[in-house]
Design a protein around this ligand. Sequence first.
Ligand SMILES: Nc1nc2c(c(=O)[nH]1)N[C@H]1C(S)=C(S)[C@@H](COP(=O)(O)OP(=O)(O)OC[C@H]3O[C@@H](n4cnc5c(N)ncnc54)[C@H](O)[C@@H]3O)O[C@H]1N2
Ligand code: MOO
Length: 405
Amino acid sequence: MVGISLEEALDLLEQASRIDIKVEKLLLHAANGRILAKDYYAPISNPPFDRSPLDGYAFKAEDSSGASMDRPVTLKVKGVVYAGEYYEAEVNNQEAVRIMTGAPIPKGCDCVLRQEDTDEGEVEVQIYKALKPFDNYCFKGEDIKEGHLLLKAGEKLSPVKLGILASMGFQEVEVRQPLRMGLLCTGDELTPIGEDLKLGKIYNANEVMIQTKAMELGIQIQVLKMQQDTPEAVAKCLEEHWDEIDLMVTTGGVSVGKKDIMHDVINLLGAKRLFWRIAIQPGTPVLAACYKEKLLIGLSGNPFAALANFELIIRPVVAYLTQDEMLKPIHTTGIMENEFKKKSIKRRFIRAYFEDGKVKLNHNNHASGALYTMSLCNALIDIPAGSTGLDIGEEVKVILVDTRG
Ligand SMILES: Nc1nc2c(c(=O)[nH]1)N[C@H]1C(S)=C(S)[C@@H](COP(=O)(O)OP(=O)(O)OC[C@H]3O[C@@H](n4cnc5c(N)ncnc54)[C@H](O)[C@@H]3O)O[C@H]1N2
Ligand code: MOO
């Protein structure tokens, strides 16, 4: 079998990298999707005071005893309190305060009656309903109690979590800086999109695919442009940008051909080779090296192989480097609805459509160089080494690839 196992490769990558993700302070609106750098505790309670959940009247519940439409109780309206205001005076028996939703409940009151159950009187109010203490009463700290651990270091910020921080008065938040990834697609045959395609050339599908995949993971991606497909030019380009990135990814040039230059590139850089070739297909010839404690991972140039390499290798490495558990591949199992035959006994990942526990092969082009059929799929099926295919009804291991960033 050619190459080390996928699991051994991931271990080697994890052991080799020593990057230090820095912390920065961001205004809340700029921090969505970022990873918290520290624990956040509630500096105040929310709501910060006992408040009314209704527009109505606040009073002592005991004063409404026996009240009904037929036998209303009359209370003196002592004042009015709006949301954002504070009613200072103590409210006594037989008194009420006109209160609006969100306003602090005045001292002495222990309930609020909605205005629809009164005559809405301004000087005196007729109460049509009896209440118990703390009916329609929203307590201080009902949402969040002061001192409560709100969010933990390592959590990913979302609009709801940012709203919680805002409710606590935080203006800024300490987050980890995003992982910086460089991307260089090698190959003389590559034509930048927008230019005319000459004979023998192809458009560069990998660049935007890997770039946007990385963006989905919250990575700060820097796309490098190659001048010439030579080991010297590529090594120079990588070296020039090495200090600006935490992880470098390339595509193409990792196999055995005369222009498979990435082997020479790592030698020219003086990088330490970690492995070449993994016992999987597609994407067998992945090449990994470590240079100045950062990883250089050379993915196969075939677009589907590059995508599979990204999901199987780059994604877990990024999850490890950023300590973001959410980025890890999602593994599940499914039942085959079609059969699949293969000649090689190599461990193979094929593209498929997974839904409700069922795995469908809705196409028959599984080639590494074919990308289109991946657009009909949302999963990779892990066919173990030794197997020559899958039968209808067989349970298989599934990795979901497009359900979340
Ligand atoms: N004699 C052998 N030949 C090959 C072997 C082998 O073991 N012995 N392995 C094959 C396997 S498996 C793969 S995978 C490919 C990997 O090749 P490279 O990673 O070195 O990639 P390239 O040769 O540069 O390109 C492969 C293929 O993909 C196209 N390509 C490259 N970059 C892009 C891009 N950015 N966008 C779209 N398409 C791209 C390129 O034109 C080639 O067709 O090697 C096999 N060969
Ligand atoms: O490993 Mo390659 O990706 O078969 O084509």
